[in-house]
Design a protein around this ligand. Structure first.
Ligand SMILES: O=C(CO)[C@@H](O)[C@H](O)COP(=O)(O)O
Ligand SMILES: [Fe+2]
Length: 224
């Protein structure tokens, strides 16, 4: 099954003092989705921002907001991120004992439900929740920080997820160290949504369009 390619710049790597302009610039540069990394200093050893920031960015356009929750517990905050304007809400399989219930809750809020797995978590961890998932996120770095190196061994897991998901209409997203150099490897293994933080926002604003186009091109080429 050939899923549509989407590039999702992560604003974690953007200028935090100017997030509206940065998000606007990414939209104008051809982003398909905006990736919003939510960190709690507990599930991951870093802090980022909360639903108020997501809500503040929402009026910028109707672009898909892809919210990646790196928080535990996650259930008490699902409604706030839904109300803030997330389109997809992704929770980690490792973040709590009741992943099935969390995905049900996201769907009940009328949002697309995503499930993420850390590098050490096997693909089989999501097997019994696929009927409740619209997106599976395979972390290609350990979550918590931008600017890390893509873990090459994750391509086997992406391929395993792809085989497990089969023809279901579920996005296969990769997140961490995605660039023009690595997007092709992930695409060849079956990924179709590419989160990119530092490889988009690491340069000046007038380079964002070229960076997004380059990642898209690398992903398309990786599928050949
Ligand atoms: O979820 C995370 C990190 O935990 C990511 O979304 C990063 O923000 C991606 O940044 P780069 O690796 O692309 O710089
Ligand atoms: Fe992320």
């Amino acid at each position: 099954m050939l899923r549509p390619i989407a590039i999702a710049p992560s604003i974690l790597a953007a200028d935090g003092g100017d997030l509206s302009a940065e998000t606007q610039a990414a939209i104008e540069a051809g982003a398909d989705r905006i990736h919003l990394d939510i960190m709690d200093g507990h599930f991951v050893p870093n802090l980022s921002f909360g639903p108020a920031v997501v809500a503040a960015l929402r009026p910028l356009g109707d672009i898909h907001f892809d919210t990646h929750l790196m928080i535990a517990p996650c259930d008490p905050f699902l409604e706030a991120f839904a109300e803030a304007g997330s389109d997809t809400i992704t929770v980690h399989a490792e973040a709590g004992a009741h992943l099935h219930r969390s995905l049900q809750a996201i769907r009940a809020l009328g949002k697309r439900a995503g499930v993420a797995i850390n590098p050490a978590t096997p693909a089989v961890a999501v097997e019994h929740v696929l009927d409740l998932a619209d997106l599976v996120l395979c972390m290609t770095v350990n979550p918590g920080f931008g600017g890390q190196r893509f873990i090459a061994g994750m391509t086997d897991k992406i391929a395993a997820l792809c085989a497990m998901i089969g023809d279901r209409p579920i996005d296969i997203e990769v997140d961490g160290g995605i660039s023009q150099e690595t997007a092709g490897l992930a695409a060849a293994a079956g990924a179709n949504v590419f989160v990119a933080g530092s490889s988009v926002f690491g340069g000046a604003r007038d380079t964002y369009a070229g960076a997004i186009a380059g990642i898209r091109q690398a992903a398309e080429k990786g599928r050949d």
